[in-house]
Design a protein around this ligand. Structure first.
Ligand SMILES: [Zn+2]
Length: 291
């Protein structure tokens, strides 16, 4: 898995004390659990105590790095995202999922398996064309973060409804946003635009999706119409592009370009000039004498 580090080595309390506790950029496996939790908070994600205890440390470190990379590639300020957190789920047959309420559900298949076991499953999926070539088990949470990006775009684009009640009181609801999320309107819009921009016929598009991601292709095939069911292709394209850049292929590259454009164009206006430091990135952990 890349770094050449073996095991889940953790620092002793005194090692942690010796560090300047400020900033996670790309973490290594030796980071302590305490630092890891802080690092996730800097990404705008609250870790779940049970999960951080139960899941292998390496999973969390790799997932941190891949989510951090997504924020970097798509120029996302964690402050601009909906509040996010992890929660345990029970579904088998899937690694994790992302919910409109901001929770990443870590499924039983990951929680009950070793990270090596999850990696073997991922590699099997990869060989069968289910995931984009060149992605790794480390991209599982990048894929989920891509769904979080769609959820955020929906929040920015679809207004909340304001209801008037008797007596003049008002309340707002997210119903329209939840429908938009259920219909994957943003992912569908982006994929359909990418198809048009690339000049693909329906058949050419289906073939491009299939060669990028079997998961996306199957999801599209099970959808009721030709221009919907693109949310898994969207997530796979964004995570593949974040890892591989243009080597992810023309479709993923165009999907990434359109998503970046939409994120930029819908970015909330800052109220004051002083807060124009909206490019603020999560801080770095500087290790004394470290690499
Ligand atoms: Zn997905």
């Amino acid at each position: 898995m890349g770094s050449g580090q073996s095991g889940l080595g953790r620092l002793s309390a005194s090692d942690v004390g010796a560090r300047e506790f400020n900033l996670p950029d790309r973490l290594n496996y030796k980071v302590s659990r305490r630092e890891l939790k802080q690092a996730y908070r800097a990404l705008g994600i609250t870790p779940h105590d049970k999960l951080t205890r139960d899941l292998e440390h390496e999973f969390w470190v790799d997932s941190y790095n891949s989510i951090r990379n997504m924020q970097e590639v798509y120029d996302i300020n964690p402050d601009e995202m909906h509040e996010m957190r992890f929660r345990p789920g029970n579904k088998y047959g899937t690694y994790a999922s992302m919910n409109f309420d901001g929770s990443f559900t870590i499924q039983q298949s990951i929680r009950s398996d070793t990270y090596d076991g999850v990696q073997k499953t991922y590699e099997f999926d990869l060989k069968s064309g289910f995931h984009p070539q060149g992605t790794t088990v480390q991209d599982i949470m990048a894929h989920e973060y891509a769904h979080a990006i769609e959820a955020q775009l929906i929040r920015r684009i679809v207004p909340q409804e304001v209801h008037n009640m008797f007596g003049g009181a008002t309340y707002v609801s997210d119903t329209n946003r939840i429908f938009a999320w259920a219909d994957h309107t943003v992912a569908n819009e982006i994929l359909n635009t990418a198809r048009a921009n690339l000049g693909l016929t329906q058949a050419g598009f289906a073939s491009a999706v299939k060669s990028l991601t079997g998961y996306g292709y199957e999801t599209m095939q099970s959808s009721s119409s030709a221009d919907s069911g693109h949310h898994e292709t969207f997530a796979e394209a964004l995570s593949a592009y974040a890892r591989l850049g243009k080597n992810s292929g023309a479709l993923a590259t165009e999907v990434a370009r359109l998503t970046k454009k939409m994120l930029k164009e819908t970015r909330p206006q800052r109220a004051t000039k002083s807060s124009s430091t909206s490019t603020k990135k999560p801080r770095r952990i500087v290790k004394k004498g470290g690499s």
